[in-house]
Design a protein around this ligand. Structure first.
Ligand SMILES: Cc1cc2nc3c(=O)[nH]c(=O)nc-3n(C[C@H](O)[C@H](O)[C@H](O)COP(=O)(O)OP(=O)(O)OC[C@H]3O[C@@H](n4cnc5c(N)ncnc54)[C@H](O)[C@@H]3O)c2cc1C
Length: 454
């Protein structure tokens, strides 16, 4: 716990930075710290809405002097617990994206969402290795590794980072790259938090303008045959195909398009990099496996990549639990659908992503990223009914986990962990040697643990 701030301290901070400073009494604080999961309401001692790297430097030094833990937030998509103390740096004002078409490098500001990067890159015929949702913050995502619709082909997004600019615990501006502070560069690519405040990152882009992808939707009566076909099919496709399946329960409300409203479906998310005809040939077995009532798979500009998963964009009460799976087979489908396949199971989405590929397996040698050793991810997203969050969703998810226990991997990835229930679960987000090396790197760079991280 830091030293209490008085009005003079806050006035001094306001005079130091060019961005905005908020304290508890400010009505605008609530919006400034809002999270995607609206049940999480941060309540830090002070917030600096940073405008520049200088603001971040000055805020970090101020926090160190006042012994306040430092937290960082961009879009709020990754918040998993309320912040109740300390100094929170919000980065949303630092959302510039600058593209150098000659080197194919995007310099991405701390507050930029993937949507901003995708749009800026598309103007030059380029694309980043994005996540499934364009609303997620590019930096927060990449600090966890990042597995999106192009991951089997191109690996973790963190593999494409060429440098970070960050503010260290001593309030210094540094570069971390393969040649500058390589230990920090290793840790920042997948190690997530407790290492510094990233000001921007240089990300290599792909000279890619189009993908063949989209969704196939199978109605409740065809879920089992489609899922069984997918589990066999993923073992046959080349690394140019990235796919996942999600059991989706759409509520019967007007915000949901009429053709999906109130339906329980299996949604295949498909992305192929290469000629359209080859993409069509590769997905044909899934088109034949069962009748899809909606077929949205088509040639598309990479700027539409967010439509493949079509993630929910609206903030609301959230509960999720994630893990990774070892190889899955028909027995897995039987066990999974027995527990998760009922119409009334209280999860709006349960997604299984196929991530195993040469490019994803390569990552551990180069960076701190976790989860590269497990071929599938699984995330359960609960119905947005807070009364169910404490008991019903944990209990139901425990039941699903118990049913599929033989397929659950020891290791996972921090971006896919969801709600973190224990220290042991948190540690499972990295291979044990990477977890130890990360802890050592954090201690070396931040011995006083200024940057709060579990
Ligand atoms: C709808 C949705 C879709 C998603 N899809 C994917 C996906 O396809 N693939 C995937 O891998 N993950 C995915 N995620 C997980 C997501 O990558 C993480 O939750 C990520 O942390 C979000 O980053 P953010 O900046 O948007 O969130 P924030 O809540 O703003 O930040 C999350 C954390 O990132 C760190 N952080 C952010 N900015 C900085 C900075 N400048 N310096 C230092 N640390 C910083 C902090 O530890 C912070 O607590 C998804 C999440 C959601 C909610």
């Amino acid at each position: 716990m830091g030293r209490p701030l008085d009005t003079a301290d806050v006035d001094r901070l306001r005079a130091l930075v060019t961005g905005e400073v908020f304290v508890r009494a400010d009505a605008a604080l609530t919006d400034e710290v809002a999270c995607f999961n609206t049940l999480i309401q941060h309540d830090p001692d002070v917030v600096v809405g940073a405008d520049s790297s200088d603001d971040i430097r000055l805020a970090v030094r101020f926090a160190a002097e006042k012994e306040l833990p430092v937290y960082v937030q961009a879009t709020g998509h990754g918040a998993f617990a309320p912040i109740t103390e300390g100094l929170l740096i919000t980065t949303r004002r630092m959302s510039d994206v600058v593209i150098d078409p000659a080197s194919r490098i995007a310099t991405i500001g701390a507050g930029a969402s993937w949507g901003a990067v995708v749009e800026a890159a598309a103007a030059f015929g380029l694309t980043p290795i994005t996540g499934s949702s364009t609303h997620v913050g590019a930096i927060g995502y990449t600090l966890g590794g990042g597995l999106g619709p192009l991951s089997r082909t191109y690996g973790f997004t963190s593999d494409w980072v060429r440098a970070f600019t960050l503010v260290s615990a001593t309030g210094k501006l540094l570069r971390a790259s393969a040649t500058e502070h390589p230990d920090l560069f290793w840790a920042l690519r997948g190690g997530k938090g407790g290492l510094g405040v990233v000001v921007d990152m240089d990300l290599e882009l792909l000279p890619l303008e189009r993908v063949y992808g989209g969704g196939l939707f199978y109605d409740a009566e065809h879920i089992e045959e489609a899922m069984r076909a997918w589990v066999d099919w993923v073992h046959t496709v080349p690394d140019t195909v990235t796919s996942s399946v999600a059991l989706l329960r759409f509520p019967p409300i007007n915000e949901v398009p009429e053709n999906l409203r109130g339906r329980f479906v299996l949604h295949l998310r498909y992305a192929f990099v290469g000629p359209v005809a080859e993409g069509e040939r590769l997905v044909a077995p899934m088109r034949r496996a069962a009748p899809a009532f909606l077929d949205l798979v088509a040639d598309m500009p990479t700027s539409d990549i967010g439509t493949i998963h079509n993630d929910n964009e609206k903030p609301g009460p959230g509960w999720s639990r994630g893990m990774q799976l070892c190889d899955i087979d028909q027995d897995f489908v039987t066990a999974f659908l027995a527990r998760a396949g009922g119409e009334n199971v209280p999860f709006i989405a349960i997604e299984i992503r196929h991530i195993d590929a040469e490019q994803t397996r390569r990552a551990p040698q180069q960076s701190a990223v976790g989860g590269a050793g497990a071929p599938f991810t699984l995330v359960m997203i609960g119905v947005p009914v807070p009364e169910l969050f404490d008991e019903v969703l944990p209990r139901t998810s425990d039941g699903i986990v118990a049913g599929i226990l033989p397929w659950i991997a020891d290791e996972t990835n921090i971006n896919f962990l969801g709600h973190v229930a224990s220290t042991q679960q948190f540690a499972s987000a990295w291979p044990s040697d990477a977890f130890t090396r990360l802890a050592e790197t954090r201690t070396a760079w931040d011995p006083g643990r200024l940057f709060a991280y579990p």
